[in-house]
Design a protein around this ligand. Structure first.
Ligand code: 13P
Ligand code: SF4
Length: 311
């Protein structure tokens, strides 16, 4: 029962008292984005977690993001407001099955999307985010054979864009799979001239209609620079909060699912984090991310490779 508690004020007080930094992803509720010290995409959040001098990282995002922070900053206490904040891409790639897939293709390296478990990172050679994947791929020798997992949509997009063949793991993000092409086309017809931006986790049928494809930060940068006054956004709709803050006089419309609105595209995992849970996490320094040291060191290799190649 939080009656009578000034949650916002308490978060501010605890942040100072515990020398904590609050990191938030663009898919978090507006109030969490607004109270964060830093809001970013997966790559920028990883860089921030690796460089911070705070004693505590309160991570408003999903578990693989908080685990990444702990892998890169093992001496910090990393708390996640809700430990159940998972990710459907992570769930679609169980480590034993991924290990078996790798074993079947011993001449391939594993280039792996950061949306996966620490165990899968430990089984991988290089991690990528949606904002760094193309740059990293372009640095690999042309004859290098590659396994790409767990997101078949991002993988397929990279194959089409770069012309590089890769063996794709069949995982998907349930949020980005939920956009409807026919509803999107209706929305486009109702807003003539409005560009469509999309995250590469969308299936090809949606990406084919996009004027710009990129990571959450890339999408935000596009929105800020666009000349027109209306934009259709095919990714998790909470990112629109930052667009409306930056450009209050423009219109940002979340791309629809089959029901004609963008509510089915809210990430159910990201939505588990709340201001109340962030307050409790800072107060109790729990729930805390803990990773066995051998596993952490193994996973860190593939993350370090990403940070070096993405810089
Ligand atoms: P970004 O790296 O683009 O922020 O994507 C993270 C994510 O989970 C997208 O669903
Ligand atoms: Fe995972 Fe999709 Fe949610 Fe991103 S939007 S955290 S990929 S389930």
């Amino acid at each position: 029962n939080f009656a009578g508690i000034d949650i916002r004020g308490e978060i501010e007080r605890l942040r100072k008292e515990k020398n904590a930094i609050i990191l938030a992803h663009y898919y978090q509720k507006p109030e969490l984005q607004d109270i964060a010290d830093f809001v970013g995409d997966s790559l920028d959040l990883s860089r921030k977690a690796a460089a911070t001098e705070a004693d505590v990282i309160a991570f408003c995002g999903v578990r693989f993001m908080a685990e990444t922070a702990k892998i890169l900053s093992p001496d910090k206490i990393v708390v996640l407001p809700d430990m159940d904040a998972g990710c459907s891409l992570e769930d679609s790639c169980p480590p034993e099955q991924f290990a078996a897939f790798r074993a079947k293709h011993p001449d391939h390296i594993a280039l792996t999307y950061i949306n996966c478990s620490t165990e899968v990172k430990a089984l991988s050679d290089i991690i990528v985010t949606s904002s760094s994947a193309e740059k990293i791929l372009s640095q690999l020798p042309a004859d290098q054979k590659i396994i790409f997992g767990p997101d078949r949509n991002l993988g397929g997009y990279l194959v089409r864009k770069t012309g590089r063949e890769m063996l794709l793991w069949p995982g998907v993000c349930i949020v980005h799979e939920a956009f409807s092409e026919s509803e999107l086309l209706k929305l486009k017809a109702a807003n003539p001239g409005a560009p469509i931006v999309a995250h590469p986790e969308c299936p090809p049928i949606i990406l084919d209609h996009a004027d710009y494809i990129g990571s959450t930060r890339g999408i935000l940068d596009y929105a800020i620079a666009m000349p027109g006054d209306t934009l259709i956004v095919a990714t998790e709709p909470h990112i629109i909060h930052q667009m409306e803050k930056a450009l209050p006089n423009k219109r940002f419309i979340g791309a629809p699912g089959a029901d004609g609105n963008c509510n089915c595209n809210i990430c159910p995992y990201m939505a588990l984090n709340t201001m109340e849970k962030l307050y409790v996490a800072l107060r109790d320094l729990s729930p805390r991310i803990e990773i066995e040291e051998g596993l952490r060191l193994q996973a860190k290799k593939s993350l370090d490779a990403m940070l070096a190649m993405a810089s």
